[in-house]
Design a protein around this ligand. Structure first.
Ligand code: HEC
Length: 85
């Protein structure tokens, strides 16, 4: 019985630690792709709904330096992050 509980807890842990983002419907697939590739290296992928569009603006000011994105890529990533559907 203890064994089953350990398996159960372990599967919850695995389920939570995989990189998933909830909001996948997007009009900006290239921005989403850039977000997935440029922004997943150092931390989990934050869901775009975790921050307001205004917050994303100020987060990108800091993160664009870390992610070494160019201005075109920043616009695409922000289009994706600020989209609400
Ligand atoms: C080189 C590593 C690195 C890359 C690449 C990177 N980040 Fe970060 N990010 C960090 C670190 C370190 C923190 C924690 C900063 C802190 O709050 O002290 C952070 C924090 C964040 C936070 C939380 C901010 C908060 O105040 O809660 C968000 C959101 C975020 N990053 C988004 C992004 C996005 C979007 C990209 C891609 C453009 C990105 N990150 C790329 C290192 C990185």
């Amino acid at each position: 019985m203890k064994f089953l509980i350990v398996i159960f807890l372990f599967s919850i842990f695995i389920g939570c630690s995989t990189k998933t983002i909830k909001s996948t419907n997007t009009k900006f697939p290239s921005g989403q792709k850039l977000y997935l590739s440029k922004c997943s290296g150092c931390h989990r992928l934050y869901d775009r709904l975790e921050y307001t569009p205004h917050q994303w603006d100020s987060i990108m000011v800091v993160m664009r330096v870390k992610a070494k994105t160019n201005p075109e890529q920043e616009i695409e990533i922000l289009n994706y992050l600020k989209e609400r559907n």
